[in-house]
Design a protein around this ligand. Structure first.
Ligand SMILES: *Cc1c(COP(=O)(O)O)cnc(C)c1O
Length: 509
């Protein structure tokens, strides 16, 4: 078509766009959706935590796999999808959800996600997101301030703990490798770079070692003490040995709250060792770092202030809806050193006297969503004092759960650190010989957990401690009350009794 023909085909000025809505349609649908969400939130505690249906049953509800050719009306779709999601999802906003580490989402964060996608800034470059980029930068400074890290640090929001840890890992690797890793990659002629982690470290470290070229042989799993914390004497010895063997130690990774039991490594002592050997000090605080806000925080959490980089998940203990992780790096230059490229097709440099914050230079993503809004609004809504209160109460509830389990005749309490409590069901007549029947107790508690997780009354996960299987409740849930954790002990005891009656081997009867 030539230009004239195009101009004459007037229908391109009157496009019939199937995705568009009028303002009135959007308003009507939006009001209705907000009504339904508000009702859902009000009624959470009357719903089961999960409907426990099989993947196949859910798949069937979704209907035909043939992509629809034409349209379905938006009201019809939203109505049926709202019901599907409310009725069949696992509800981590439920007061009795304590599995893994997923918080109840802050209501203001729910609204923030709607607002963020309405404006839809691309927070990869300041020119594309002038307000959002500054809000993200302020959110990063506030998170640093919350945990006692310098506000002058660099940082950014990412999808979660794995990504936040990757950022710190890559920044440290680039800073401490003896050659230009970005230019040369890994070379067999160079000493092998070694990173040190506690035996309880989350599986992100294996992915990082595999994906970023070091290989798993570069990871030293330092033994823990009896409290699942890194043994710093063993760490020092291992570093020494690696140096003698001609390797190149580059980084120690400490945990501010392990994923299994919430143990906090001796971070101040690890910081000392990093200084002694000139190593990068990264802290995985994906779960536990926010607890540093408490006036009576664990002394070891003070060591966060000495880290070179920190990972922290707002979608865990800052109660942000998924997804939101945060990486903090003491020297902002280490982020750009690891991640910055300035291609000719980006006109993002701006004014040198007032340089823009271009987030694509700080991390792995290029185009980026506005996940900072939900984090920033929640921090503003309740402030430091609000987080002190909510995090403090979560810890008190975890302690109460430990005490309830400890005084229950059929339960054995094992650990409580931060807001994670572990315990297991032990039939009273087996308590005296429990060391001898550990194999059976593992099996009993595994089946107990399977039933509990599918049943919908409450939701916890598991931890393996000293080779034994325990139930694990992690309370990052501002909706949980004392009666909820008390109820958990009775639910567990009841299911434990049932499983025991059905499955105890004859020789233990
Ligand atoms: C949750 C967690 C991770 C992984 O975080 P995601 O947000 O799930 O990617 C890493 N380390 C620790 C200590 C965690 O608790």
């Amino acid at each position: 078509m030539d230009a004239k023909a195009v101009e004459q085909s007037s229908d391109l000025n009157e496009r019939n766009v199937p995705l568009e809505m009028t303002g009135q349609q959007f308003r009507d649908l939006g009001h209705q959706l907000i009504e339904q969400i508000a009702e859902f939130l009000d009624g959470l505690c009357e719903r089961p935590v999960t409907s426990g249906e099989s993947p196949q049953a859910i798949r069937q509800l979704l209907g035909s796999d043939e992509l629809p050719l034409t349209s379905t009306t938006a009201p019809e779709l939203l109505d049926s999808t709202t019901r599907l999601l409310f009725d069949r999802s696992l509800l981590n906003g439920h007061p009795r959800f304590w599995g893994y580490i997923t918080s109840s989402p802050a209501p203001i964060g729910i609204l923030a996600d709607l607002l963020a996608s309405a404006v839809n800034p691309n927070v990869g470059a300041a020119i594309l997101s002038p307000v959002a980029s500054e809000i993200e930068a302020q959110a990063v400074r506030w998170i640093a301030d919350l945990i006692g890290f310098p506000r002058t640090c660099g940082g950014l929001l990412v999808s979660g703990g794995n990504m936040a840890n990757f950022i710190g890992f890559l920044a440290g690797l680039n800073a401490k490798a003896t050659w230009d890793v970005k230019q040369e990659g890994f070379r067999s002629s160079e000493p092998r770079p070694i990173v040190y982690v506690s035996a309880e470290t989350h599986t992100w470290i294996e992915k990082a070692a595999e994906l970023f070229g070091l290989g798993r042989n570069s990871v030293r799993w330092v033994a823990g003490d009896s409290d699942q914390k890194m043994d710093v004497v063993a760490l020092d010895e291992q570093i020494n040995k690696d140096i003698i063997d001609g390797h190149r130690p580059i980084m120690v990774i400490g945990a501010a709250g392990t994923v299994g039991t919430g143990a906090v490594d001796p971070l101040p002592a690890i910081a000392e060792i990093c200084r002694k050997y000139d190593l990068w000090f990264h802290v995985d605080g994906a779960y536990g770092a926010p607890a540093a806000v408490l006036p009576d925080a664990d002394e070891n959490l003070r060591g966060l202030s000495k880290a070179d980089s920190i990972a922290l998940d707002p979608h865990k203990w800052l109660y942000s809806p998924l997804e939101a992780g945060c990486a903090l790096v003491r020297g902002p230059n280490h982020l750009t050193a690891a991640f910055s490229h300035r291609p000719a097709y980006y006109n993002f440099i701006g004014n040198e006297d007032d340089p823009p914050i271009n987030y694509h230079e700080f991390g792995l993503q290029n185009s980026r969503g506005f996940r900072a809004l939900k984090v920033w609004l929640a921090l503003r809504q309740v402030g430091r004092a609000g987080y002190v209160q909510m995090i403090g109460d979560d810890i008190l509830l975890a302690r109460a759960l430990y005490d309830f389990a400890n005084s229950h005749p059929e339960l054995e309490a094992k650990t409580q650190n931060l807001s994670i409590t572990t315990f297991r069901y032990v039939p009273p007549d087996l308590i005296k010989q429990r060391e001898k029947v550990d194999g059976y107790l593992d099996q009993l508690n595994t089946e107990l957990l399977n039933r509990l997780q599918a049943g919908g009354e409450a939701f916890v996960s598991n931890a393996v401690i000293d080779g034994k299987y325990y139930l694990r409740a992690c309370i990052v849930n501002f909706r949980t009350k004392l009666d909820d954790v008390k109820a958990l002990t009775e639910i567990v005891a009841r299911i434990g009794r049932d499983v025991d009656a059905e499955s105890r081997p004859a020789d233990l009867r």
